[in-house]
Design a protein around this ligand. Structure first.
Ligand SMILES: *Cc1c(COP(=O)(O)O)cnc(C)c1O
Length: 379
């Protein structure tokens, strides 16, 4: 099959069903599989271990990330949890600044109890990442662009410096905000890519699911062992929904980005907006890196409001098309105050978010309607 993204998104891992010819991957809603003889089967024994709908999704995501292996989990955090389980007490993870609030919560409130160490640093400067590494660092955990400040990490530069370290820490990239359509971290030298497929990959805010893609065979086996042994697997219906979402990922991401670019331009000129965060806007300090590393600026826009916390809360309660809600990446536009919602768990930590920051997940509605909605909410 040609390896163009758009073609892979629609076909990879999804040949017509050999039994019936069904063009869409069937939802194999089964927990178990008949065996003609003891120990003899068609590759599936029990659906925690493997399910054909899940296999199709895993293979499709792997193709989109340019990976040899894909693994699906019940949520993005279940995928995160499974990756962390490969570590041992005493190991250290260097974590890029403003990671997803739930990732911070899992690391800080749960895994520190198991003797793992997490250090947080600003990953916008590769030299700072280099300086922060220690002999105990087993993993560097990054999001780019970050949530909610949309800061970037130079993946190629960081992957390169990690490979020169004697203990070669693994580079794990949470690619949720960009999606594989905008950037493919493995091709830039990362070791593991992680997704909350709940967001852009699914794209319709109707399911929760996590995905991992990687090339290393031994590590893939270890993660597949944990997928089965710990059992945080998704159901076949959710795998089907994410597969369906993947088919339009490229179309949606182009429109998300076009709309977000226009919304960012509107906000940049608005007197009540004191600071804009959008990777492809001229005000972004890493715009050059963004344009080198990403196909477009994506659909996330954050901004600081001049009137402080009260003004931020007022704006998010006044929009009519932008829905006040957590999450992101769906076709519909969402608005929120991260400090009080998605990033509440970071309060009092070094990852704390400004209370007057507003985050938008710009959807694929008619762009002038979105801008008019923000205009009335800000006035
Ligand atoms: C939502 C999100 C997660 C967690 O994924 P779930 O599917 O909600 O468990 C992880 N990372 C990022 C960047 C996210 O936005």
């Amino acid at each position: 099959m040609p390896d163009h993204f758009e073609t892979l998104a629609i076909h990879a891992g999804q040949p017509a069903d050999p039994q019936t010819g069904a063009v869409m991957t069937p939802i194999y809603q089964t927990s178990t599989y008949a065996q003609p003889r003891v120990g003899e089967h068609k590759g599936y024994e029990y659906s925690r271990t493997g399910n054909p709908t899940r296999t199709a999704l895993q293979d499709c995501l792997a193709a989109l990330e340019g990976a040899a292996h894909g693994l699906a989990f019940g949520s993005g955090l279940a995928a995160t949890d499974t990756i962390i389980r490969t570590l041992s007490p005493g190991d250290e993870v260097l974590v890029g600044g403003d990671v997803y609030g739930g990732t911070f919560r899992l690391f800080d409130k749960e895994y520190r109890r198991y003797g793992l160490e997490f250090r947080y640093m600003d990953a916008t400067d590769p030299a700072a990442v280099d300086a922060a590494l220690s002999a105990k660092t087993r993993m560097v955990w990054l999001e780019t662009p970050t949530n909610p400040y949309l800061r970037l990490a130079d993946l190629a530069a960081i992957a390169e410096l990690l490979k020169q370290r004697p203990n070669a820490p693994l580079l794990v990239v949470d690619n949720t905000f960009a999606s594989p359509y905008l950037q493919q971290p493995l091709k830039l030298g990362a070791d593991i890519v992680l997704h909350s497929a709940t967001k852009y990959l699914g794209g319709h805010s109707d399911s929760v699911l996590g995905l991992i893609a990687l090339n290393d065979q031994a590590l893939a086996q270890r993660l597949a062992f944990l997928q089965n042994a710990a059992g945080a697997v998704p159901g076949p219906m959710d795998c089907f929904l994410i597969l369906r979402g993947l088919k339009t990922l490229h179309l949606r991401m182009d429109r998300h980005a076009a709309n977000a670019q226009a919304v960012a331009a509107f906000l940049a000129d608005h007197p009540k907006v004191s600071q804009l965060y959008y990777p492809f806007h001229s005000s972004h300090p890493q715009q050059a890196l963004a344009r080198r590393q990403m196909r477009n600026g994506g659909g996330m826009v954050s901004f600081e409001i001049a009137g402080g916390e009260a003004a931020a809360r007022k704006v998010v309660e006044r929009t009519r098309i932008f829905t006040l809600a957590e999450s992101l990446g769906g076709v519909e536009s969402l608005i929120e105050v991260p400090a009080a919602m998605t990033h509440l768990s970071t309060a009092g930590s070094p990852l704390e978010v400004s209370p007057s920051l507003v985050r938008l997940s710009v959807g694929v509605e008619y762009v002038d309607d979105l801008i008019a909605d923000l205009e009335q909410a800000l006035s």
